[in-house]
Design a protein around this ligand. Structure first.
Ligand SMILES: Cc1cc2nc3c(=O)[nH]c(=O)nc-3n(C[C@H](O)[C@H](O)[C@H](O)COP(=O)(O)O)c2cc1C
Length: 207
């Protein structure tokens, strides 16, 4: 592929990508697993993802968490200003409070809990506050979507939580930022098959 400035872009191989997604020195075992993950086919990942609410109690490897963060950070954002923040909730007491804040949904107590918040103050575009707010919610939502796909590519499963009391979640993580979604990730008790969807012909409206 030729870039705008006539440089030839050679597709990135895992070894080139590795420092971007995992800026530490991986062990040889980690490196071979990371290479496999980085070669995964995005369509397989998208087509096989399924929400999961039953997780093993197994801890998630640090390198997998790092790759999920790096993936979230690849999402497009309004003006490239990254108008979102990710809260990685580790504290077990706070996790219990988060379950309550999320309509007492027990699976919120997953091995990895990420709260995506919009942060419109990062977006230095000359638009109304309302527009910037809308942009920042979209930024946070897209980042969570990318993280969710990355989790699946890493052999993990997840559940997207949208049902929560915003104020209570803010109190749990001590922020004034608006939470847009909670992503609960872990090793699935059983890998589920994807849910059927409506026909694409019903979904697409050509105008
Ligand atoms: C905006 C949004 C909010 C959601 N909120 C919840 C939730 O609060 N609790 C829950 O168990 N699942 C929640 N889900 C997960 C959906 O139930 C799930 O994605 C849907 O049933 C489709 O299944 P699939 O993800 O396996 O395709 C939410 C998903 C989205 C996109």
């Amino acid at each position: 592929m030729i870039l705008e400035d006539n440089r030839i872009f050679e597709s990135m191989f895992p070894s080139d990508v590795l420092p971007k997604v995992y800026p530490k020195e991986p062990t040889p075992e980690e490196k071979s697993e990371i290479d496999d993950v980085l070669s995964s086919n995005i369509f397989n990942v998208m087509l096989n993802r399924r929400s999961q609410r039953k997780f093993e109690e197994k801890e998630i490897e640090g390198w997998k968490i790092d790759i999920i963060f790096a993936a979230a950070d690849t999402a497009p954002t309004a003006g490239g200003f990254q108008g979102f923040e990710i809260y990685h909730l580790k504290n077990t007491q706070l996790k219990q409070s988060l379950i309550k804040a999320a309509n007492s949904q027990p699976y919120v107590n997953a091995p990895l809990v990420l709260i995506f918040c919009s942060n419109s103050s990062r977006i230095k575009l000359n638009f109304d506050a309302e527009v910037l707010h809308k942009f920042s919610i979209q930024d946070a939502t897209l980042a969570a979507g990318y993280a969710q796909l990355a989790a699946h590519a890493l052999g993990l499963s997840s559940i997207w939580i949208g049902m929560f009391n915003e104020q209570n979640v803010k109190e749990v993580i001590s922020t004034d930022l608006e939470p847009s979604s909670i992503l609960c990730i872990g090793y699935p008790k059983k890998m589920l098959v994807p849910k059927p969807k409506r026909n694409l012909t019903d979904l697409i409206h050509t105008v």
